[in-house]
Write a protein that binds this ligand. Structure first.
Ligand code: 13P
Length: 396
């Protein structure tokens, strides 16, 4: 864990808000040290960006819309391209990402798109900045700011997520480039424990990331992915998820994160991928909503689920089941695989298939938009959309 003492240079302090209206005593030096123990007047709140953060989060959490996660790292994007026989070159990644962001009318169903760093600075094949294409589509550009998973020393073969070093300056640069929200994905493995150490590290890392992101104008998506891997039943997933979210919110609060200016990206509560007993969408919805009600304050504007290897249809049906009655938060999607799978296969790297591939993306986006509104019926879905996409120990 990082030290609790916090350094801030004076220009930042001037624009910071102070908790509970307590008065600000400007120190004589240009550095303020916050005490380790609960302060009487020295807690630095997230940023002059508070109003903008709340607005951005609300815009993303608008009815009938969710997030297109297209933030695959170059390595992961390479695996996707390899599955359709393409080389992992910048030109191929650019062609694929151009196809995604320029699908006509995508903004009717998608309010935010998470990009990998390369894409945030990339142009489409016709030379338009990708960020501008998204903005024209009424889609908020976002950025993956974590630096990926590495082994967690002292754990039961578990991992932790890197990226806090230099995060403040990177986030400020991403904001300049047009990003308004960000994502940090850490994982928790049920078959490997999870150990108390791994859960604590995941929760603390997410909380530090969230505070730093808000301080630089980015709405943080908080994503502790509880991996589908394992033979466990749904009750065990529920138990672990309760533990994980309790710690995440404990540390978010400790880090003075503004709950109205975050979005969550949880896994749905399902049985492990290798569990023989499968759960219906109604059961997944019941368990997942129970978890959310017990752990997530209504101040949080949006719950944007990951798909985690579920089939396209499963992910849509489960979301639809969760939206059959009003919820305190916007309950929606932030899918990568469950939005892109059929689209990628339909494209196959051929220019003449771009339109059909965009139609496939729009079909999934529309289905999930309907599911966000609780109005998805599942009629006319292809057999392909029913295929599962689970990959053991999936990395991003
Ligand atoms: P999936 O929907 O493929 O699980 O993607 C998760 C993710 O974190 C993408 O940003």
């Amino acid at each position: 864990m990082a030290s609790a003492s916090l350094l801030k240079v004076s220009p930042v302090i001037e624009k910071s808000e102070w908790v509970k209206g307590q008065s600000l005593r400007q120190p004589s030096t240009s550095i303020v040290r916050c005490p380790r123990v609960a302060p009487s007047g020295l807690t630095i709140r997230a940023s002059s960006y508070s109003d903008e953060l709340v607005k951005t989060a609300k815009t993303i959490a608008t009815p009938g819309r969710g997030i297109l996660a297209m933030d695959e790292s170059n390595a992961t994007c390479g695996k996707r391209l390899a599955s359709i026989g393409l080389e992992n070159t910048e030109a191929n990644r650019q062609a694929y990402r151009t196809l995604l962001v320029s699908a006509p009318g995508l903004g009717n169903y998608v309010s935010g798109a998470i990009l990998f760093e390369e894409t945030l600075y990339q142009s489409t094949v016709d030379g338009k900045k990708i960020v501008d294409v998204l903005t024209e589509q009424n889609i908020v550009p976002g950025i993956k700011t974590d630096k990926g998973l590495v082994p967690l020393a002292g754990s039961n073969d578990e991992s932790w997520c890197q990226g806090l070093d230099g995060l403040a300056s990177r986030s400020a640069a991403y904001y300049q480039q047009g990003a308004r929200f960000c994502k940090w994905r850490t994982v928790v493995s049920i078959p490997n424990g999870p150990s108390a150490l791994a859960v604590k590290e995941a929760a603390w890392g997410l909380a530090r990331y969230a505070a730093i992101s808000q301080d630089n104008g980015l709405v943080p998506i908080v994503e502790p992915e509880i991996l589908l891997d394992g033979e466990h039943g749904i009750d065990r997933t529920f138990e672990v998820a309760q533990q994980v979210w309790a710690e995440v919110f404990f540390y978010l609060a400790q880090n003075n994160v503004l709950f109205e200016g975050i979005l969550l990206k949880p896994s749905m509560v399902t049985p492990g991928a290798e569990c023989k007993e499968r759960a219906t969408p109604e059961k997944v919805a019941e368990y997942t909503l129970n978890l959310l009600k017990r752990r997530i304050p209504p101040a949080v504007p949006g719950i944007m689920f990951l798909s985690g290897g579920q089939s396209e249809i499963e992910a849509t049906l489960n979301l639809n089941a969760m939206n059959q009655a009003p919820n305190p938060w916007h309950v929606s999607f932030s899918y990568a695989r469950a939005l892109q799978n059929t689209c990628l296969k339909t494209w196959g790297g051929l220019p003449e298939n771009v339109k059909a591939a965009q139609d496939a993306l729009l079909t999934r986006a529309k289905a999930n938009s309907l599911a966000q509104l609780g109005k998805y019926t599942g009629e006319g879905e292809s057999a392909e959309a029913k295929e599962g996409m689970f990959v053991k120990g999936y990395t991003y």
